[in-house]
Design a protein around this ligand. Sequence first.
Ligand code: AMP
Length: 215
Amino acid sequence: MTNIILLGPPGAGKGTQARILVERRGMVQLSTGDMLRAAQSSGTEMGLKVAAVMAAGQLVTDDIVIGLIEEQLAKGGSGFIFDGFPRTLPQADALGALLEGRGDRLDAVIEMKVDPDALVARITGRFTCGNCGEVYHDQTKPTARPGVCDVCGSTDLRRRADDNEESLRKRLFEYYQKTSPLIGYYYAKGALRPVDGMAEPEVVAAEIAKILGPA
Ligand code: AMP
């Protein structure tokens, strides 16, 4: 089955597209950001260690996130969406080795191209349902009833601690400095598939579906 990376800056729509792929193709989303937030809320030693780094919008160390991905891959399965991983060249090398070690491969790296000017507005307005994960936005996609998730009716709507303008600036800086070199890395491997991340989510989803072929 297909394994892909969703590559793009914060606010490019990686999480939204990953949700669609999970729902429509039964793929498995591996988001290192979600794993790190889960470690924080369950209060593990590692979670506490990375909390300040994440809140400041910096990257956590390669060995931590590579370890998290290794753990997930060791559980078996296939059809992975790597969301927010890899974010550095050493992470990309590690992922290649991990997949090769299990006789698997990377089928496509979807580069979600976005206008950096749009990202601040996208990120500072976003919130998600803590129960079902649906993603909302104050201006572009508010809930029908204030404070209540349209999908599951939960009132547990959350904003991320790092979705503020100051952390976002740092996250963007980290992206352009440390993660964007992966665009060249995967281009050289013939794996890069750019899509227009500024389009509506359904249009982006259709573009990705075309790249991946029949489900
Ligand atoms: P995300 O949910 O993908 O936006 O990630 C939130 C935060 O978690 C990032 O700003 C980093 O602090 C940390 N993080 C997530 N994935 C990685 C990664 N692959 N490498 C380093 N730090 C990461």
